[in-house]
Ligand binder design. Structure first.
Ligand code: ATP
Ligand code: MG
Length: 329
């Protein structure tokens, strides 16, 4: 499987900025990287990209999800243990820090690292040394640590759930991955690349996207980000019997609630990129965001936007915005 940084698709300024940072850090000896982004934005893809592009290439890539393993187990997973350190420790075990060698240790969902383990991780990052559970020997740490989070660590610091000193240590080199709804231009490129890889796997000619499908893809807010887009395209490729994928093949639902781990509240900001933006694009975004805020309620949306309901309906048709069927009041 190819994990190279070249497999990361996106031309938007925000994604190019993130790729640039990834390339820069990959070839330095800087040992800690923090990747921040909503679910499905490509945090693990970036972590692997940095690993395989850089000096760590050819060394192990070891991943662990800090939210998925109970505290006591996580400690011995990360740091290893000596024989007899606790009841089940029948033999000595090397931890993931040791197994990662001179490669990369990917600490996923770092915000969920139990409080008790936070000072131990800080020590490993600062002194580049660890001790196995129940051991006295100091073991050198050589790996790079890439930590990922989809939640705001500053909020966790404010709630005293995450140590401030560890936060600052992790935050030295931070890469923010933009949500897909902030990089509309990447949506179609990503969709086409997923269509191409499906075609390669099935050895059939690639299907193409009809204009109504493109409009629907661009209008959707993608709470599950690139992962959701990939799934939607895979389903569409199966549902579509001909070679033209249309809006009817795309199972995108209008979002009425926030996904877990989303960092911004409902709504969002309309940003004008350096290259500028047309009034139509701004209007499209204003309507999309207001529909999001009202959960797809067209009366409330037209009231907020100061336009009549028929005008809203017409504009929604023009922009290919499909209303939620169960919430069209
Ligand atoms: N820019 C991109 N180009 C190509 N594929 C991408 C891109 N971003 C994400 N993907 C794909 O989307 C899927 C989700 O990516 P990944 O697992 O890296 O997300 P994540 O941020 O780690 O999500 P989570 O927080 O849910 O763990 C993967 O299949 C990945 O290959
Ligand atoms: Mg992940």
């Amino acid at each position: 499987m190819d994990f190279g940084i070249d497999t990361i698709i996106g031309q938007s300024a925000a994604l190019r900025g993130a790729l640039d940072l990834a390339r820069k850090v990959a070839n330095t000896r800087l040992t800690t990287v923090l990747v921040v982004g909503e679910t499905g934005t490509g945090k693990e893809l970036f972590a692997r990209g940095i690993h395989y592009l850089g000096l760590t290439h050819g060394e192990p890539f070891v991943a662990v999800n800090c939210a998925a393993i109970p505290e006591t187990l996580l400690e011995s997973e990360l740091f290893g243990h000596e024989k007899g350190a606790f009841t089940d420790a029948r033999s000595q075990k090397r931890g993931l820090f040791e197994l990662a060698g001179a490669g990369t240790l990917f600490l996923d969902e770092i915000g969920d690292l139990p409080h008790k383990l936070q000072p131990k991780l800080l020590r490993a990052l600062e002194d580049r040394r660890i001790r196995r559970v129940g051991g006295n020997e100091e073991i050198r740490v050589n790996c790079r640590i890439i930590a990922a989070t989809n939640a705001s660590l500053t909020d966790a610091v404010a709630r005293l759930e995450f140590r401030e000193d560890l936060y600052y240590r992790l935050n030295v080199f931070r890469i923010d991955l933009p949500p897909l709804r902030h990089r509309e231009d990447d949506i179609v490129k990503l969709a086409m690349s997923f269509i191409d890889s499906i075609a390669q796997d099935s050895e059939l000619p690639p299907k193409h996207l009809r204009p109504d499908a493109i409009a629907a893809l661009r209008a959707h807010l993608w709470p599950g980000n690139v992962r959701e887009l990939k799934n939607v395209i895979e389903r569409a490729a199966i549902l579509c019997e001909g070679n033209a994928i249309g809006a009817e093949h795309l199972m995108v639902q209008h979002r009425t609630s926030l996904p877990a781990g989303r960092m911004t509240p409902l709504g969002g900001e309309i940003r004008i990129p350096p290259g500028g933006k047309s009034l139509d694009e701004i209007e499209h975004e204003a309507i999309t965001l207001t529909l999001e805020i009202t959960g797809g309620n067209r009366s409330a949306t037209s009231r907020i936007l100061g336009i009549s309901r028929p005008t809203l309906a017409r504009k929604m048709r023009e922009y290919g915005l499909t209303p939620a069927r169960d919430n069209v009041a």
